[in-house]
Design a protein around this ligand. Structure first.
Ligand code: ADP
Ligand code: MG
Length: 714
């Protein structure tokens, strides 16, 4: 390893001894056996006792030890739901919430949504029978808006806390408050009763009897103490423990086999290319076992998936026994479970995953990890106030987590696609997200929860004052906060089951809802590297001179028309029309997975908005109106062309360029608004629409009039 082999060379390497190693007999017995064999199984009783004795507990344990799937079942059996309350488990990612819930339902032998369920944005699979509820951390935050004491839960488990996503951090602060409030409510009612009791003592035993029953009623009706459990895969629990007043931390022993790490001898120009070569080297030269490849996002995953399939065709028939399975957050949930299905007999499975497979989802059967060492992260510049997505090197902790995935069932190998000297330069751990993202949503959420003093909020790690101030300013400019920094619309904000960017809250035209849905998925257009020209031509059929938002709307319309037509043409089965749709997508270089997901999201948002009784107008064909809507919402992300063809963001003067994937690339309109800033070696903007610069002072006078922008300046 280390030397790049070309394809011909790989071609002649003898095949390894590949077998899949899975049987399928007697699922239930196997599941039981599997559960018993997990490291956590031997400490079930002790863990239940720990939770009984401590309202606040931190559990750390290596990934795969059984924390996420087993602990909730232990607690259910331990009687923590006896009073009809729920055990809630939060996950930073939707995929984890869904796949784990499905697995646990299977382990419990119940239907999903009965005893075990999950709830994520737009998809609530729970019922009145549900006792174990997996959910995203964002969703629990939303529940707290409607139920400030989270009264229906007896236990809340914050899982994957080491990831320190922004929602986890906010949730930790909030849960700390709720836990205090709930135990206070119990203490107060006890105190009340003691006083009552002494008065009533005068009325002898009768009184005592009464007060005792009152006490128990109070404890039942008022909020019983909340059990809080923080689970983390990072072995260092100090931070969490300190934050929760020296809370007790316990360690669950994992089972980890040694993993050999390999590095490249030379730096790799193109890590995707290197990943593909490595996959084939493993496939053709190494022993059995599945391969897990860490990529940064859907686009990369799909590009690698396409290339692997192509390369395979060039191998002799007998050596093509390789199947690829993608897993990433926006993958529709029915497809997510496929990563757990063993490859067909004699085949090797290659899982192409984002960092979702780092700790939150444990996939059995992996013996090889391919790690390019990159991750997509949010990054916020508190001076300019602009957040961007960047692909950055992982931390050492992440690299170790990733390689650990190869050693779950036996000794494994991890191929890092960078040099050993680079590893040494990596940061030890990842900076919590709250320190590197825009805080507008957090501030709105906290304000809606009644936390007015955001700067004074008890964060585990405080974001910089500057970042908070910048976001407050932005919210004020957007009209979401009053000049006293109070919520402008305290009721409206309570429906943040609205997932998207808060800016959209301003407008509800049919077209805006479509645009929002199409932008909520990662990429509608599919641009395989080897067919870039063809893909570009296909995209031109939909492209609008006004920009990407309208182009996406054109795709939406065309797909709806196609669906309608094919439904009318034939009464053929659902399966057939699905197939037809996929073919249509393929011909048009559209990502059928993303499109389907976007269509689902659209119908759900629409239903939601209608349920709220909001009127949805259509701009019809008046695209001018639509563009003005966009300008009114995204005025903080506007940019003006400069003589040299680059753009300058009006809010802060930052120089940006139109991303090559935009339909406006090379068209260079005078003035634009954009949705997304992506930094690679340059600052690129994506999802762009052409606007008239004069609209800005008209539609956002609070910003542009005050600053009296002199447009000629640029
Ligand atoms: P932890 O939370 O400690 O990382 P988990 O509870 O997620 O561990 O996983 C425990 C075990 O359950 C792992 O061995 C994993 O392979 C297995 N597992 C989890 N989900 C599934 C699934 N959907 N199908 C098969 N096995 C699964
Ligand atoms: Mg877990």
């Amino acid at each position: 390893f280390g030397r790049k082999r070309n394809f011909n060379e790989i071609h002649h390497v003898p095949n390894g001894n590949i077998s899949n190693g899975y049987g399928r007999d007697d699922m239930r017995k196997k599941i039981l056996q599997h559960r018993k064999s997990l490291p956590i199984a031997s400490v079930e009783r002790r863990l239940v006792e720990e939770v009984q004795n401590n309202d606040m507990l931190i559990i750390v344990g290596e990934t795969g030890s059984g924390k996420t799937t087993q602990l909730p079942q232990f607690l259910l059996n331990g009687g923590f739901c006896r009073n009809g309350k729920l055990i809630g488990i939060t996950q930073p990612r939707r995929v984890a919430a869904v796949t784990v819930a499905k697995r646990v339902a299977e382990e419990c032998g119940c239907e999903l949504g009965q005893k075990v369920g999950y709830s994520i944005r737009f998809d609530d699979v729970t019922s009145s029978f549900t006792r174990i509820k997996y959910m995203t951390d964002g969703l629990l935050l939303r529940e707290a808006l409607l139920d400030p004491y989270l009264s229906k839960y007896s236990v809340i488990i914050v899982d994957e806390a080491h990831e320190r996503t922004i929602h986890t951090d906010v949730l930790l602060g909030l849960l700390k408050n709720i836990q205090n409030a709930r135990s206070r409510s119990v203490k107060e009612s006890k105190l009340e009763n003691l006083m009552l009791n002494s008065e009533m003592a005068l009325e002898k035993e009768k009184g005592i009897q009464q007060s005792l029953s009152f006490l128990s009623r109070c404890e039942g009706v008022k909020y019983p103490p909340l059990k809080l459990i923080i689970m983390s895969a990072s072995l260092d629990a100090r931070g969490f423990s300190e934050y929760f007043g020296s809370a007790r931390a316990v360690h669950v022993q994992g089972r980890q086999f040694p993993v050999d790490a390999f590095y490249t001898e030379q730096p790799q120009q193109d890590y995707l290319d290197a990943a593909i070569v490595t996959i084939f080297q493993i496939h053709l030269q190494e022993g059995p076992g599945d391969i897990l490849v860490f990529l940064t996002g859907q686009e990369e995953i799909e590009s690698v998936e396409g290339l692997v399939k192509q390369w395979l065709l060039q191998l002799p028939e007998a050596r093509r026994k390789l199947v690829t399975v993608p897993i990433f957050s926006s993958l529709p949930s029915e497809q997510q479970m496929k990563v757990f299905t063993p490859a067909p007999s004699g085949f090797r499975k290659v899982i192409l995953a984002t960092n979702i497979a780092e700790t939150s989802v444990t996939i059995p059967g992996i013996h090889y990890v391919v790690d390019p060492g990159m991750v997509k992260a949010r990054s916020f510049n508190s001076v300019t106030g602009i957040e961007s997505l960047v692909i950055v090197p992982t931390s050492k902790a992440q690299a170790l987590q990733r390689s650990g995935r190869a050693g779950r069932e036996g000794p494994g190998n991890c191929f890092r696609l960078y040099m050993e000297s680079e590893f040494e330069k990596l940061a030890d751990s990842t900076v919590p997200e709250i320190k590197r993202c825009n805080l507008s949503n957090v501030i709105l959420q906290l304000k809606a929860l009644g936390v007015d003093d955001v700067i004074g909020f008890d964060f585990m790690e405080r974001p910089s004052r500057m970042a908070i101030v910048k976001s407050l300013e932005e919210l004020f400019l957007l009209g979401a906060l009053t000049d006293e920094y109070k919520l402008s619309d305290p009721e409206g904000i309570k429906w943040p089951s609205c997932p998207w960017n808060l800016y959209i809250l301003k407008l509800f035209s049919l077209q805006m809802l479509i645009a929002v849905a199409m932008l909520s998925v990662e990429s509608i257009f599919f641009t395989p590297r080897e067919k870039a020209d063809q893909a570009k031509r296909a995209m031109e059929c939909f492209s609008s001179l006004d920009g990407d938002h309208l182009t996406l709307i054109n795709v939406y319309r065309a797909s709806c028309e196609f669906l309608q037509k094919s439904n009318m043409e034939s009464t053929s089965s659902k399966l057939k029309s699905k197939k037809k749709m996929r073919k249509w997508c393929k011909q048009n270089f559209i990502n059928s997975r993303s499109l389907k997901h976007a269509l689902d999201i659209h119908s759900q948002i629409r239903r939601h908005v209608e349920q709220m009784g909001l009127h949805i107008a259509s701009c019809g064909d008046d695209m001018l109106q639509f563009r003005r809507c966009l300008a009114a919402s995204f005025f903080l992300r506007s940019a003006l062309k400069q003589p040299n063809g680059t753009y300058r963001a009006l809010s802060n003067g930052q120089v940006v360029q139109i991303h090559p994937s935009s339909v406006l690339h090379g068209k260079n309109p005078e003035c634009i608004i954009f949705n997304e800033l992506v930094r690679t070696n340059k600052s690129f903007i994506r999802n762009i629409t052409r606007i008239d610069p004069l609209w800005l002072p008209e539609l956002a006078p609070q910003y542009y009039a005050a600053q009296s922008y002199d447009f000629e300046l640029y």
